[in-house]
Design a protein around this ligand. Structure first.
Ligand code: NAP
Length: 248
């Protein structure tokens, strides 16, 4: 019913965290996954888990902000499997600082990985998807790209940039049967949120109408919807996954 069995996906930043959850969830639905990460050991571990589930996986070491490396990844995946049906742009970093203290390096590194990385992979895979007249592209933005946050000017700009990029490219590629969407997660349970002091966790939970952090699985479930037959008529959208933090 979902139409995902036997499809091939690329998930960037899938060596741990939400990206690994997305890769493994797609694997559960019958998708073979190319796992892209700067951390090849993490990517290898995700692939081991996919193989343990009976799926095929390919670990690729890549800095998504490097245009040449991104193109080489797409070429490698096309040598492995002859069609790429799904791209999930998930790799992302933070380098937080208040504006007056933020260095050019902190600004550039976040824009380069989060926004240019999304551009690099989307452009490289689009050439192939246009030829095949099929594609599903999902990029992971953030509530911070919708509402801003003091100390995260670089991150907010990169995540808001992903939203504008998603809408523009959705319009460019719609006629080729390629959908392009974004997900804006709120606070998701990760190693970072787990290590926060209890008081800070409670403060953060107080900002969430549903009163709890989300999980990688919550984000992955939306990815599955968007890339499956269920989401075939959805493009250019930003799906919030934040327990009701941002309502618009
Ligand atoms: P994470 O645990 O830090 O995982 C990100 C992965 O991306 C890591 O494996 C990291 O490798 C990799 N990566 C970093 N830079 C890369 C690059 N240049 N090229 C390729 N891979 C790179 O992050 P997460 O919390 O799972 O977040 C995943 C995505 O969701 C990000 O885009 C983030 O902005 C977004 N998001 C997260 C939350 C949240 O609450 N966690 C909320 C909203 C949005 P290393 O381990 O070697 O750095």
């Amino acid at each position: 019913m979902l139409g995902l069995e036997g499809k091939t996906a690329i998930v960037t930043g899938a060596g741990r965290g939400i990206g690994r959850d997305i890769a493994l969830t797609l694997g559960e639905y019958g998708v073979d996954v190319a796992v892209v990460d700067v951390d090849i050991a993490g990517a290898g571990e995700t692939v081991s888990q996919l193989v343990g589930m009976g799926r095929a996986g390919l670990a690729l070491e890549c800095d998504v902000s490097d245009t040449g490396q991104a193109q080489r990844c797409i070429d490698e995946v096309l040598k492995w499997h002859d069609q790429i049906h799904i791209l999930v742009n998930n790799a992302g970093i933070t380098r937080d600082n208040l504006l007056l203290r933020m260095s050019e390096q902190e600004w550039r590194s976040v824009i380069d990985v989060n926004l240019t990385g999304t551009f690099n992979f989307t452009k490289a895979v689009s050439k192939h998807m246009i030829r095949k007249r099929y594609g599903r592209i999902v990029s992971i933005s953030s509530v911070i790209g919708l509402m801003g946050n003091a100390g995260q000017g670089n991150y907010a700009a990169s995540k808001a940039g992903i939203i504008g990029f998603t809408k523009a490219i959705a319009k460019e590629l719609a006629a080729r049967n390629i959908t392009v969407n974004a997900i804006a997660p709120g606070f998701i349970e990760t190693a970072m949120t787990a290590s926060l002091p209890e008081k800070r966790r409670e403060e953060m939970q107080g900002m969430i109408p549903l009163g709890m952090f989300g999980t990688g699985r919550d984000v992955s479930n939306i990815v599955v919807f968007l890339v499956s037959e269920l989401g075939g008529y959805v493009t250019g959208q930003v799906i919030h996954c934040d327990g009701g933090m941002v309502m618009s």
